[in-house]
Design a protein around this ligand. Sequence first.
Ligand code: URA
Length: 422
Amino acid sequence: FDVVDLIRTKRDRGTLTTAQIDWMVDAYTRGYIADEQMSAMTMAIFLNGMEREEVSALTLAMVASGTRLDFSGLDKKTTDKHSTGGVGDKITLPLAPLVASFGVAVPQLSGRGLGHTGGTLDKLESIPGWRASITVDEMMRQLDDVGAVVCAAGSGLAPADGKLYSLRDITGTVECIPLIASSIMSKKIAEGTAALVLDVKFGSGAFLKDIEKSRELAQVMVRLGEDAGVATRAVLTNMNVPLGLAIGNANEVRESVEVLAGGGPADVVELTVELARHMLELAGVTDADVEAALQDGRAMDAWRGMIAAQGGDPDAPLPVAPESHTVHAETSGVLVEQEALPFGIAAWRLGAGRARKEDPVDHSAGIDLHAKPGDTVEAGQPLFTMLTSDAGRFARALEALEGAYRIGSAGDEVHTGGPLIA
Ligand code: URA
């Protein structure tokens, strides 16, 4: 095939064959197709879309570009979840050990944050000693012993997606259903989990703002999973408002530990419990008392085992930001607005996220919220605290937060963008 012909086909709204897509993904992975050419292709896909068969072929070609893990030798059923990314979304941290405490295996290969969305590995790396990189043998042993693993996806897994995602990130072609669906599902299919629950976000802090687009993304991903033999379900959840009270890294670990200790913010607990039920059902555990495992210490025991197995000290103090700045309510009333995206951007500017892949993350940086939409506040009461190692970052963070929150009167409509689970 000639890549320029393939680009022309997609540019002119044609359909690529499975053989053409297989060839293209393989040639791009090997470096025979240039980034410029693939950029043109992804933009053509962004603008003109893909047929169902094309998305399926793209996904399977990306799976085939690397290795696929196999957990069939394990005595436990495997089940995993993936979130499309949000602000304050630390759910994997309490969820993986909670589900593992019911005797199933959670083999979660996770990513790092880029832009305003945080990354699970960055959060866990706040814990002294914890290692994101482990070998496949170590992973197997840990799944057998502890049941839950959250680790870095090695470069051997769907390498075509790694290359393509970096390219999309710098060419304005991320927010595209066929490309997002194939990207996420290629990694999850290659990961080898037998069951998968997708937490598909909609709203301000999500990749796709519109709930109907998120629904479509969910449907495409469920179909891709089922076609590849992975029992897949999706839940649509609200990302108009940050999840929980902590946005950052170390502070999100602290909040997750509160949930594992039977406390924590209601929205974080609600979503953790809902996703745990779905993951367990798909693994054949239908009568799990999920709340009880959070209350009686079973989930916490699994967390401690999971962290220690990867070199982390679950009792070590977490990094604390040397600089903090608290914003107080100027008037009394009701907090009617707290928009996820600007809070995500502000946390990122404080150092919780990275602008380029190579940048380090400030694990102590982020934002602690002291009130959530619907709460009554008094003038002078703290609304949120910004945390960082570099006080020079406060001004730019505050700029991002301009207009992002509002105190209204009792009776005003509270903007939450709907229920947490749609
Ligand atoms: N997450 C991914 O892994 N890929 C995308 O394309 C978007 C979000």
